[in-house]
Design a protein around this ligand. Structure first.
Ligand code: ZN
Length: 315
């Protein structure tokens, strides 16, 4: 490693084999994101693909390659990436189902942690979360609110929130535009207001909203004001800021979140997810530079880039 960050890093947000993840694909189908292969192809042909290609070009990212045939090879490749980029622990928040994620974690338990990801409205959702955590060693639960079939504050979900709270595992809830170029812009169910009502009823359950809440950043800040158990993660390119109707930058997001919700509820993540891009160190380095240029005390840097994640993960 050529870079000396002078900081211990725990990454709260990566995806394992996202291109081959049939569990996510099934959720996308359920909300009509893929009206059919022909329509998908037509959408791409109509001009969505260039946005994705432009984005990769702007960031100097290569084109994605298909997942390796053997998941073990991909797990080993991630382990090498984490070691060479100086990342001490990394959380895979999805990876093709709870057992697949648990298997990947078990291959590199010194480096990897994993989250469950399944439909909270499925009848056995609470039991499956309990199994994933207590029997398979997963350490949290990932949800994509725009892919849900009902609101987060539906009383039908109370048993699963109660289970998560008892198990002391954090719940990472994606809000807002899902899937970047060609994605799903919004849904009736991805509101931080719904999340705030749940967070208030389950005050010992930690929620984390990734990517600063995307276009719901304002609602998310207010939800964080009302609920001390709601956190934000910083993961991804946060390219969504370019699509806001007013000027907003990653610097602005860090500043605003630091000044309002404070350093103990901001959690670093990279959203690394595919090869040959591998570990996206430039997200980490950009974010760390922003925080250092803000003259954050070292204790706050340690919290944002490792300590908060460790606390949430019970490490
Ligand atoms: Zn992600």
């Amino acid at each position: 490693m050529t870079m000396d960050r002078g900081l211990d890093v725990v990454d709260f947000h990566l995806h394992f084999r996202i291109g081959a993840d049939e569990t996510i694909r099934a959720c996308e189908h359920a909300v009509g994101m893929h009206p059919g292969d022909d329509a998908d192809r037509a959408t791409r042909a109509a001009g969505i693909a260039p946005y994705a290609a432009e984005w990769r070009r702007a960031w100097s990212f290569p084109d994605p390659e298909p997942s390796a045939p053997r998941w073990q090879d991909e797990a080993d490749r991630w382990a090498d990436e984490l070691r060479s980029n100086g990342i001490r622990r990394a959380v895979f928040v999805t990876g093709g189902g709870n057992d697949a994620v648990a298997d990947a974690v078990a291959r590199h338990p010194d480096l990897f942690l994993g989250f469950a990801h399944h439909d909270p409205f499925q009848p056995d959702a609470a039991a499956e979360l309990e199994r994933a955590v207590t029997e398979r060693g997963l350490r949290g639960w990932k949800l994509f609110a725009p892919l849900l079939r009902g609101p987060l504050d539906d009383p039908a979900l109370d048993p699963v929130w109660r289970t998560a709270q008892r198990l002391r595992v954090p719940v990472l809830v994606h809000m807002g535009h899902y899937g970047s170029a060609g994605g799903l812009p919004s849904s009736p169910y991805d509101s931080p207001n719904h999340l705030a009502r749940v967070a208030r009823r389950f005050p010992d359950l930690a929620f984390v909203v990734p990517h600063f809440g995307v276009q719901h950043v304002q609602e998310l800040l207010f939800a964080c004001w009302g609920c001390p158990n709601i956190h934000v993660d910083t993961s991804g390119s946060n390219q969504w800021v370019r699509w806001m109707p007013y000027r907003l930058t990653l610097d602005d997001l860090f500043r605003r979140c630091y000044e309002t919700i404070g350093p103990h509820r901001i959690v670093f993540g990279s959203d690394s997810s595919w090869f040959p891009r591998g570990y996206v160190s430039r997200y980490l380095d950009d974010q760390l530079r922003i925080c250092r240029e803000m003259r954050m005390p070292e204790a706050d840097l340690r919290a944002i880039f490792a300590g908060n994640a460790e606390r949430l993960l019970g490490q």
